[in-house]
Design a protein around this ligand. Structure first.
Ligand code: ADP
Ligand code: MG
Length: 672
């Protein structure tokens, strides 16, 4: 046996059921035993005297009356037996689980999870527990058509057969001693079936450490490689041309922008490869800094690529780059381009005819070759990780990499979490910005808000976004909500006011069209789902109304609000919400009190204890199976130290720590 074998080698797993498990991403034995529970149910043994009628609990005791099976009707049956706990005899009934009868032996001690019937002094069994001393029962993420019980059973089978003993240890003894970590086999066993809470905690700590170390190692390795002299391109840009470009801007850069630009230019001019994270709150002016860096690249005779998450943003950036630098040849690369059009564009990129290439992930996909790529800027997302950079290196490209984000991650966290990045922050808004006035109102006041909106449009020609409620589970409902809201507003505001609609299901071209109408002022109001969230820049829009604001996280609210207040006009945000919880209320309140993203992030962390909202999904911070980058920050720091220790050792290939590590990363190629 080895762990890379398919599940079908297990007794009872045929090709058809193996197919089913792939829906959970489980293909091999290893996938199965490393598929960890996401929580546990506490099945602590109860005393019969403590139970209340109807309560669900685990009772254990000695079998004092053997199991009998009663069959009635089609496929229906009842297993009955009795157990004795202390001096009390308890009847147990299981329905339609006749196979249990064989497992129940006289005199054996068993445990049953079930519903207590006080009057009958009996338990209706819901689950027969094989290991009676096991208090914590694993609960796994499952998919449709896959039952919790069947997964538990399969994992139980694998662990009972001892398959986890085939796992290779991937943390050296020295490290396990230093941090008092369980060995891998034991940890994996306890993750699934912890005998008690303490064991589970031990197992969790070990697995988290492992995850975080194996996350840090490639980052630190890459950092070491990139940081070396001669690894990057020297971009000898023209300071004069750059100064001219700055002079032509309609404003002067803020001090913070200037400082960050200098950081970037210094990296570009050095022979090391830049790997920099640029943080700046919404509206702090990251885009112009990026544009100037791209222009500097151009003056050095290199190409610059700008990678954004959506095609709306790509269009928007193309347009602003066109205004800033009309003479630089640019091209938009889209997933939807095909055939001759695509070939023509690829040819322009490969031959170096174009200097700026703007697009989504398509930018670094196969088949895209650059003549001389000097800089790649990744806007508003960090899915651009080790793998992507590795892919570039494999193509022989060593561009400087700048990642930009508006998600306010505390700096220390950013440095540790990204491990391999230098961090710059634009911590100042352009002068003359009027802080956005934020109000929180209840649904009862909705009509007043709309009347006020009508007035603002009529008197001042204001433009507004209205964000429709978010129904997490259903895109279809989101759409319906948005359509209803548009119709409702159109009726309320009257025919002279144009209300447009933007949602995620529209084709890219349709979205562009609507955005362009809004930008051109042909639409006064844009009803939108959260597709508007990231990066969109329409400086004339000054009103942001968010319906059911309590359905959004603080980070998202902050991003949404950041769509206004981008010019010199006074902007307003109105949060319409009747939050039910205290946390919900405090969130609305804090939004009205501050527009500082970092402060909001901190408040959010405080309120939630953990960083779910500002956490992994939205910030683009890496996600792990068990570790949580915010909650487990201390472990992450230790893991980073160890990774550095290994990587910085000039003889790291002969470092005993290193040698003991079985390199089982997907990024295996990193080693060579
Ligand atoms: P973000 O950091 O959210 O990407 P943008 O770069 O889109 O912010 O900038 C927001 C708005 O502020 C844009 O309209 C931009 O032209 C303007 N802006 C950027 N820098 C300055 C500045 N130094 N002074 C005045 N306005 C600026
Ligand atoms: Mg931006």
């Amino acid at each position: 046996m080895n762990l890379h074998q398919p599940l079908t080698v297990l007794a009872g797993v045929g090709p058809k059921s193996a197919e089913k498990w792939t829906r959970l991403g489980i293909q091999t034995l290893q996938d199965l035993i490393l598929y960890f529970p996401f929580r546990y149910e506490d099945f602590k043994n109860k005393s019969v005297f403590d139970l209340e009628d109807g309560e669900k609990a685990v009772l254990s005791g000695q079998v004092v009356r053997p199991a009998s099976v009663q069959y009635y009707g089609y496929k229906r049956n009842r297993v009955r037996f009795s157990i004795q706990q202390d001096q009390v005899v308890i009847g147990v009934n299981f329905f339609n689980q006749s196979y249990l009868a064989d497992k129940i032996q006289m005199g054996a001690t068993v445990a049953v999870y079930g519903k207590w019937d006080q009057a009958k002094n009996s338990l209706t069994g819901m689950k027969f527990l094989t290991q009676i001393d096991q208090e914590l029962q694993p609960v796994y993420h499952v998919a449709q058509g896959i039952s919790q019980a069947s997964l538990v059973k399969l994992i139980r089978q694998a662990i009972d057969e001892g398959l986890h003993h085939l796992l290779e240890e991937n943390l050296p003894q020295t490290l396990r001693n230093r941090y008092r970590l369980l060995d891998r086999v034991r940890a994996v066993e306890y993750m699934h079936f912890p005998p008690d809470l303490a064991s589970y905690k031990q197992a969790l700590r070990r697995i988290k450490f492992e995850e975080l170390l194996y996350f840090q190692l490639p980052l630190q390795l890459l950092k070491r490689e990139q940081g070396q002299a001669g690894e990057g391109e020297i971009l000898a840009y023209s300071p004069d041309l750059l100064a001219q470009a700055k002079d032509q801007l309609p404003f002067s850069l803020t001090q913070a922008q200037e400082k960050v630009l200098q950081d970037i230019l210094a990296d570009m001019a050095s022979d090391r490869q830049m790997s920099r994270l640029l943080q700046g709150d919404v509206g702090s002016g990251k885009t112009i800094v990026a544009a100037l860096a791209m222009y500097a690249t151009f003056t050095a005779g290199y190409q610059a690529a700008l990678m954004v998450p959506t095609e709306i943003l790509a269009e928007q950036h193309l347009e602003s780059l066109n205004q800033l630098f009309p003479d630089v040849p640019k091209v938009l690369l889209k997933g939807s381009q095909t055939g001759a059009v695509r070939r023509e564009i690829l040819e322009q990129i490969a031959s170096g005819q174009v200097a700026f290439v703007i697009g989504t992930h398509a930018l670094i996909q196969e088949g895209v070759t650059y003549q001389r790529l000097g800089l790649i800027i990744v806007d508003e997302q960090h899915r651009f990780g080790v793998k992507q950079r590795r892919a570039l290196r494999e193509k022989g490209l060593r561009p400087d990499v700048l990642m930009m984000t508006a998600t306010p991650i505390p700096r220390t966290l950013a440095i540790t979490a990204y491990g391999d990045l230098d961090v710059s922050v634009i911590d100042q808004l352009p002068a003359g910005r009027k802080p956005i006035i934020t109000r929180w109102v209840k649904h009862e006041q909705q009509d007043q808000v709309y009347s006020w909106l009508k007035e603002e449009i009529g008197k001042k020609g204001a433009q507004a976004y209205v964000i429709s409620p978010l129904i997490e589970e259903s895109e279809a409902l989101d759409l319906k909500n948005a359509q209803d809201l548009q119709a409702e507003l159109q009726t309320f505001l009257g025919q002279e006011i144009q209300v447009g609609l933007l949602h995620g299901r529209m084709k890219a071209a349709e979205k562009d069209q609507v955005m362009n109408q809004f930008k051109a002022g042909e639409l006064n109001v844009l009803v939108s789902t959260t597709v508007i969230e990231v990066g969109v820049n329409v400086p004339n829009a000054s009103i942001m109304i968010i319906v059911d604001a309590d359905r959004f996280g603080l980070s998202q609210l902050h991003q949404l609000r950041g769509r206004v207040g981008r010019g010199s006009i006074q902007s307003y945000a109105v949060l319409i919400a009747n939050p039910k919880t205290e946390t919900g209320k405090s969130r609305m309140k804090i939004m009205t009190e501050t527009t500082d993203g970092f402060r909001l992030a901190e408040e959010d962390l405080k309120m939630r204890g953990s960083g779910e909202i500002f956490g992994t999904r939205q910030s683009g911070l890496p996600e792990f199976q068990v570790a949580d980058i915010l909650e487990d920050f201390p472990i992450l720091e230790e893991a980073r130290k160890v990774a550095q220790e290994i990587v910085q050792d000039p003889d790291w290939r002969t470092n005993p720590l290193w040698q003991e590590i079985t390199w089982n990363l997907k990024e295996e190629s990193l080693l060579d």
